[in-house]
Design a protein. Structure first.
Length: 112
């Protein structure tokens, strides 16, 4: 509720100040530009709480936690598929063959 009151205060002060400045330049060729700028700033003032909610830590942290949990679940599924599948067996056979051919674990030829 305090946040809404602060928004109303900001908008009221802005409109009062801008109407004073607008009256100083009344009937000038720049009046339509002042009105345009006033409208844009007014929209920004009203939308700032929405932007702060979207960019707030809780919102971003929630999205991050959801995406991380989905990625971890996908990783576990892929890991289970590899453990039970042929890919892991082929990797093991390649490792054994490299060891028999005289290569070290890092892929370089072993010193003899």
């Amino acid at each position: 509720m305090d946040e809404m009151l602060q928004i109303v205060k900001n908008v009221t002060v802005f409109v009062l100040l801008f109407s004073i400045v607008s009256n100083l330049f009344a009937k000038s060729k720049y009046e339509k530009y002042f009105d345009l700028v006033q409208g844009v700033i007014l929209i920004i003032l009203v939308m700032m709480p929405l932007f702060s909610w979207i960019t707030g830590e809780d919102f971003i942290d929630g999205l991050l936690r959801d995406n991380m949990s989905k990625a971890e679940e996908q990783f576990r599924e892929d890991e289970l598929r590899l453990i039970g599948g042929q890919e892991l067996k082929m990797i093991g056979e390649q490792r054994e063959q490299m060891l028999q051919d005289g290569f070290g674990l890092d892929g370089r030829e072993a010193d003899e």
